[in-house]
Ligand binder design. Sequence first.
Ligand code: F6P
Ligand code: MG
Length: 441
Amino acid sequence: MAGPPASLSARDVGSFAYLSVKDRSPQILTKAIDTLHRHKSEFFEKHGEKGLEAEKKAISLLSKLRNELQTDKPIVPLVEKFVDTDIWNQYLEYQQSLLNESDGKPRWFLSPWLFVECYMYRRIHEAIIQSPPIDDFDIFKELKDQNFFESQESVIALCTHLQELRKTIEDLDENQLKNEFLKVLQISLWGNKCDLSLSGGEHISQKTNIMNSLEDLKPFILVNDMDRLWSLLSNCKKTREEESVTQVDIVLDNSGFELITDLVLADFLLSSKLATKIHFYGKTIPWFVSDTTIHDFNWIIKQLKHSNNKWVSQCGVDWEDHIKTGRWVYLDHIFWTLPHEFSAMSQVAPDLYAALQKAHLIFFKGDLNYRKLTGDRRWEFTIPFHEALSGFHPAPLCSIRTLKAEVQVGLQPGQGEQLTASEPNWLTTGKYGVFQFDGPL
Ligand code: F6P
Ligand code: MG
């Protein structure tokens, strides 16, 4: 039997992976260096001379990293002892074992893109933790917060919609409830357009009210399994016994506006009783510029709570309450910031796999999660999603993702080719989206 197809890699000159390693990644490193520069006086105020030395050290480590990348040096092991260092270094050895003798060592423009891109973010983190006392500095925090502030109009519209809906939700009939469910799903999908790594760290925020665009955006949903999600959850609701639990897990992606859309979805699931418990999974370290950490999660809820708009602040109050009462649980795990594809989870992080198995449904938000679900490989467009998951089936799951990398499976015959003919960049601009489900029919 033939194995899975090759990984996406910058060795394919002209591919999106190649352009990303060549152009976008160095830009992100340059922005990170600028950010450190700009915070110089803050570091001095906080830590005196030691803060300045630390800033210099972190900058020199990041400049070195950018140079290694741009000159296609071998990928070197991590040096600073941290919880995941050994796993990373073992993975590097594994990458070495995949190479032919003539390839030499794993390198930026040779190895799988998923690996080198994750490695870059892990090295950025290493540069920071090697530079105490600024070792808890989140280099991307400012950008994430800015994205949230710039999306205020949409945030107000979403919170208002949710609060109005909550007032009448008990009176809605099946059909009306389903329609509202489909709306919050689509909001969460298009919220994923706003990640900051695609733009090389430039701001992309949701400046206009997304709710007014849902109908116009429908043609851009390439795989639409929303009905299956409704069937699954409405069935859980109907058959659920008193006191028993319907658990939905959301593997989060970006902070800022996207996180708000995910929290709106999560609140709706509780208010509509389609679920009784939500587990959120975030990142333990700053990741792919805009991904959510526990600090972002808490920060955003606090921002909402203190808003001048009564609906927005009501959301903040309600969400804090969900957390206090344990209906919402935020969890993290180092696996999410490792380079492994998800098919390796049961081996590498069996505890996490076992935890996910308890969910009735798992949502995987965003592009990077899709790449990890499918192994970031050159699959044919028509290969079934179930097959591309390569054995990763902890529970029924659904990817909610706008397309920002050259991997897409589960399309109709001819669909991908047609898109390529009319829009050569359809895979990478974030214009298209999918709700792709895997689970019992
Ligand atoms: O390709 C653009 C990119 O930076 C990819 O590296 C990554 O897959 C993606 O954006 C991150 O997007 P998301 O935040 O949706 O996971
Ligand atoms: Mg992201």
